[in-house]
Design a protein. Structure first.
Length: 155
């Protein structure tokens, strides 16, 4: 037969375990969602699969180069490049994001497209996050290369 003292200790331990289990289940762990994507220069608006509504995201360039026309001198990372002077008048106003460099990594959610570059950390808006090379919407067929991008949803 178990003595009352031993029984009291066992009940105390059992209550302590239950209390710790209840407290730890009430804590909300900070969830981080991370995806690594290869964004092709030939695809306009690649869906990252992430709903970023009311969330801060971090986008980082990891590797790779791409080009808006396959020309060796136009391969770049997510920062893009400044085209030859004759292209300023003809190309830049027609880009997905006209105020971002040609060939830059750009993004969009439900609002206007925005410049991403090699690093980005902001709240981009509501909806799914899409990424693309900054090019004219009707000229993706001659693009080449891809960028490896890491996207972290911070909160």
């Amino acid at each position: 037969m178990i003595s009352q003292k031993v029984l009291g200790v066992l009940v105390f331990i059992a209550l302590g375990v239950v209390g710790v289990a209840v407290l730890s289940s009430c804590r909300q762990p900070r969830s981080h969602q991370t995806v690594v994507l290869d964004i092709s220069a030939r695809s306009m608006w690649v869906d990252t699969g992430l709903d970023v509504s009311n969330k801060t995201i971090q986008i980082k360039y990891e590797s790779g180069t791409w080009s808006n026309d396959g020309a060796e001198s136009h391969f770049c990372d997510g920062e893009g490049f400044i085209p030859e002077s004759q292209d300023f008048r003809d190309v830049l106003p027609k880009l997905i994001v006209p105020n971002a460099p040609l060939g830059a990594l750009v993004g969009r959610t439900s609002g206007d497209p925005f410049f991403v570059g090699n690093t980005y950390e902001e709240r981009p808006g509501d909806g799914h996050l899409y990424l693309s090379i900054n090019d004219k919407p009707d000229s993706f067929d001659d693009n080449a290369g891809s960028l490896r991008i890491v996207v972290n949803v911070l909160d």
